[in-house]
Structure formats: C-alpha cells, structure tokens
Design a protein around this ligand. Structure first.
Ligand SMILES: C[S@@+](CC[C@H](N)C(=O)[O-])C[C@H]1O[C@@H](n2cnc3c(N)ncnc32)[C@H](O)[C@@H]1O
Length: 321
C-alpha cells in the first residue's frame, strides 16, 4: 500500500510536471562517495538547482577541498507563470560560481529563465566537466540527450522506468551510460513542498521539519566509472541438466531467466533477464544484446504468454565446469 501510494505521488509529479522532489544530503553523500577520484581539478555543474537550498550545492561546497574541485556552478531555473496580470513581469533565472568555499557568493542573473536548454545555461554547461543533479523527471530524456550531445560526464537521479525509454536503453546497451550504485530503497527519499499531501507509511517529517516521501523507484544514472561495476556476478547455476527451468522464447532464440542469480554459468546463447539485472551488470562479464522484443517485433513470449520486460544478454565468459 505504502509503495503504491508513493508511486502515485511520483506519477502525479510527472503528470503535473511539477517536478518538485528535492534530494536529501544523505542520499547524495551515499552515492558520491563512490566517485571521489573523478572530481579532482574539475568544474561541476548543478543546472537544476537553487544554490540557496540545493543539497547538491551544499555537498560540493562543503567537500570542495576534499574533492579537489576547481569550480562549482549552480544554476536555478525560474518557472514562468505568465497570466493577464503579470505579462511583463517575467522572473529571471540565476546562477552562482564558487571557486573558493566559505566565500560570499555573487548571484548572477540570466537574461532568461535559466532553463537547462537555454543558450545561457548551455554556455555554462560547455565550461563544465561533470554535471551532477536531480533533473526534472518530466524532461529526463531531453536532459540526458543534451548531456550526451555536449559529451559531458554526469551523475544524475532519474526514475527506474527511465531504463525502459528507448533512447536511454540504447545508451546503456552501448555502454555509454550505466546505473549508479544506489537504486530503489537505496535512495531514502525526497523532500517535497508544503502543498504535497503526505500519505503512505513511508512518508515522514524529518528532525529539521522537511517533508519526505520515499517512492523507492529512483536510480542514479551515470557515465562515471566506479570499481563495483567491474565485479562479476557470482554464477552458481547450470543450464545443462536443468533445461526445463530455462524455457525458450517463442519468438527469439534465447532462454528465459527469471532472476539474475539464476543466470546459468554454462549457457553460451542469448538469455532474457529482468531489468533489475542492470544494477549488477558488469560489462566485462556480459554483453547486452537488446530489450524486450522478439524477432517479430512483439514482446518476448513463452507458450504465447509474455513474461515481464526482459533484457537479452550474453555471457562473455562461459564456465563449463
Ligand atoms: C526533481 S527537482 C530537483 C531539484 C534539485 N536538483 C534537487 O535535487 O534537490 C527538479 C528541479 O528542476 C527544476 N526545473 C524544472 N524545469 C527545468 C528546466 N527546464 N531547466 C532547469 N531546471 C528545471 C525545478 O525547478 C526543480 O527545482
């Protein structure tokens, strides 16, 4: 129930395009600890963040020397609410640049609203090395596409469903993008504004009075490498002798595997695995072939029934004994 309720909250966020889920410092610290070596001498850009309250800005400002950063740029978008009465009263986005922690920051106004797609924000993007933020859920595809177009390193939060977007899956398949360390319940929750109704047992108010919801359906997406990503999934099962446990698809030359831990060590062909596999995926061990569809363009099926979404993979290092 609680999970359903909070999932509904996120769906509402998507529908309303309000995108107002703010990241907690503890979740940023939990993830960022795995990438510290990437940040030395780098310019970090948080382009969907109000420096006055963003925990991304807070994290980088307070770890500036520890990470050896060169600069943090943080830009805040100002949503325009233009109506009959304020047509000439547009709000300007703004940004700050921090090259020394604990120094007063000069707020610089954009000419426009600070949209991450605006020429002004893109100019800052070009000056940056690594983008780290939680972007608006409703613009996720566009957001990632822009990062890739400008060939930027990034570490961002998105919804787990993003894996199933064809544009994002293509990047994952090509090993240009991968999942970060934490996902689902590994991300403890988001701060929501006053007008969000708190419901579900996992919604709470923290000791600082922040209203928190835990949708448990988010992930970190990145193109920064980290050691854990190169650890093999330990395979203990065998296909030969247990063929009946691994039925073949009707419309693809491959076997179905229901759980990542059941991937057989001795099967050389194509295997369909659940999308949660991507969380453990080691590109040195497996190759990703395709997503979801059989040769006929329809969802993978067994005896006419479609199982859940599957990713077709192939083991690069077969173990026969
Ligand atoms: C999910 S919230 C996360 C906020 C902040 N990055 C954090 O993690 O706490 C997404 C933020 O993106 C901002 N935003 C929405 N549309 C935007 C756009 N087109 N360009 C830049 N920022 C945008 C929203 O104002 C909102 O603050």
């Amino acid at each position: 129930m609680a999970r359903n309720a909070t999932n509904k909250l996120l769906q509402n966020a998507k529908k309303l395009k309000s995108d107002e889920f703010y990241t907690q410092l503890c979740d940023i610290e939990n993830e960022l600890q795995h990438y510290k070596s990437h940040f030395k001498g780098k310019v970090v850009y948080c382009n969907c963040d109000d420096p006055r309250n963003s925990n991304f800005f807070k994290y980088f400002a307070s770890n500036f020397n520890d990470l050896g950063l060169k600069k943090i740029i943080t830009a805040c978008y100002q949503k325009q609410e233009i109506n009959l009465f304020n047509a000439n009263n547009t709000k300007k986005g703004f940004f700050v640049e921090c090259t020394e922690p604990n120094m007063p920051l000069e707020i610089k106004e954009f000419k426009g609203d600070g949209d991450f797609r605006s020429a002004e924000s893109i100019e800052l993007l070009k000056q940056s090395d690594i983008v780290v933020t939680n972007p608006p859920f409703s613009l996720f595809r566009e957001y990632v596409e822009q990062l890739v177009r400008y060939d930027k390193k990034f570490l961002i939060i998105g919804n787990i469903n993003a894996i199933t977007y064809k544009e994002i899956f293509k990047l994952i398949k090509e090993n240009k993008v991968w999942l970060g360390v934490n996902l689902g319940r590994g991300i403890s929750g988001f701060i929501v504004p006053e007008h969000y109704e708190l419901y579900g047992t996992e919604a709470r108010i923290d000791s600082s009075g922040n209203r928190i919801v835990s949708p448990n359906n988010c992930l970190w997406l990145t193109n920064l490498d980290y050691p854990k990503r190169h650890e093999d999934i330990q395979l203990t099962k065998k296909y030969f002798g247990n063929e009946s446990k691994y039925p073949k698809y009707d419309n693809y030359d491959g076997i179905n595997v229901d759980k990542t831990e059941d991937i057989p060590m001795d099967y050389d062909g194509y295997m369909g695995v659940p999308i949660t596999f991507l969380h453990k995926f080691n590109p040195d061990q497996f190759e990703i072939i395709k997503f979801r569809k059989g040769n006929d363009g329809k969802d993978l099926s067994i005896n006419g029934k479609c199982s859940y979404f599957r990713i077709i993979i192939r083991n690069k290092r077969i173990q026969n004994n």
